[in-house]
Design a protein around this ligand. Structure first.
Ligand code: SIN
Length: 304
């Protein structure tokens, strides 16, 4: 039996394996503990945080599609004050790096959150969400303008000493332009992709099905798009990439790693099977044994 090394690096972060929980799909880590030991993932990304609490968008906020789901949650979250008062102690008990996803309506919002979260060692890094399709006056509006991507990255880096991940949206013509803007702004890591802007219509009511009309499509339907974008970005930028978008199996994860991702994030799969992350890690190991690969790092970017 070969000794497997699943460790990977994301800038200054060392992960024991390359599978991260995607933001918004595992709460604050402990909600899933009945199904997924929170010490198993390589890292945990918590739900997107805004300065003020948010109740999110009107229902219905989630619907199934033939090969994925549509969500228009609208960043429901307790807000910074409540997060610091009640959630920080929860994530402080976890034994894996915890990444906090932050969102805002202005550059100052991002800078403010970065500054307020900087003192807490319980937080291993920030994932900066410039890609939420469900936020009026923020979110994706930043991620579709390379000048704004640059400025958000710059302002967060100015205020936060730890690793900064910029999470990109696929709803752009040129994903490489956005990735390069993030790098120019000082990003340490890029994560991609967030969801694809989409919709569904209720043909009985003759109305958009989601309360917010549009939502973000995730799941297996978007995997080929996500993989293409990871490949394009990895071909051009030198900082580490977290690949995500429709990863359901270990073999899907391996595709992203071969395309240049140093780690992957799993989201929709967890909504179907809350233990998916553990299964995917085992499936990655099976592939490595089958192909006699000792170190996962040796696979990064092999398809480029
Ligand atoms: C949401 O809360 O609307 C989803 C978050 C996102 O897509 O970034």
């Amino acid at each position: 039996m070969i000794e497997l090394d699943l460790t990977t690096r994301l800038a200054s972060l060392k992960l024991k394996n390359p599978v991260i929980t995607a933001s918004g799909t595992c709460g604050y880590g402990e909600e899933l503990k009945e199904y997924l030991d929170p010490d198993i993932p390589g890292a945990i990304t918590v739900k997107g945080l805004t300065i003020k609490p948010s109740v999110g968008n009107p229902a219905p906020r989630i619907t199934e599609t033939p090969a994925g789901i549509l969500n228009s949650i609208g960043l429901e979250n307790p807000g910074l004050e409540e997060f610091l008062a009640t959630k920080l102690s929860v994530i402080g008990k976890l034994n894996v790096p915890v990444l906090v996803n932050i969102s805002g309506h202005s550059l100052d919002d991002f800078a403010f959150l970065a500054e307020k979260l900087a003192p807490y060692p319980q937080i291993a890094g920030l994932e900066v969400n410039v890609s939420c399709p469900n936020l009026a006056g923020g979110g994706m509006a930043f991620g579709t303008d390379s000048e704004l991507v640059y400025r958000v990255a710059y302002r967060v880096k100015e205020n936060y000493p730890g690793p900064v991940i910029i999470k990109l949206t696929p709803n752009v013509t040129d994903i490489v332009e956005m990735a390069e803007a993030a790098v120019a702004g000082g990003a340490d890591i890029i994560s991609l992709i967030n969801t694809l802007l989409a919709m569904a219509i209720d043909i009985d009511d003759k109305r958009p099905l989601l309360g917010n009309t549009f939502g973000g499509l995730s799941g297996p339907a978007i995997k080929p798009v996500a993989l293409r974008m990871v490949y394009q970005v990895a071909s051009r930028v030198k900082i580490p990439i977290i690949g995500m978008g429709g990863i359901m199996t270990g073999r899907d994860a391996i595709e992203f790693i071969l395309a240049g991702a140093s780690a992957v994030a799993v989201g929709t799969a967890t909504l179907i099977d809350p233990g998916a992350v553990a299964r995917i890690i085992e499936e990655i190991k099976e592939y490595m044994i089958e192909k006699e690969i000792k170190r996962i790092k040796d696979l990064i970017g092999q398809a480029l």
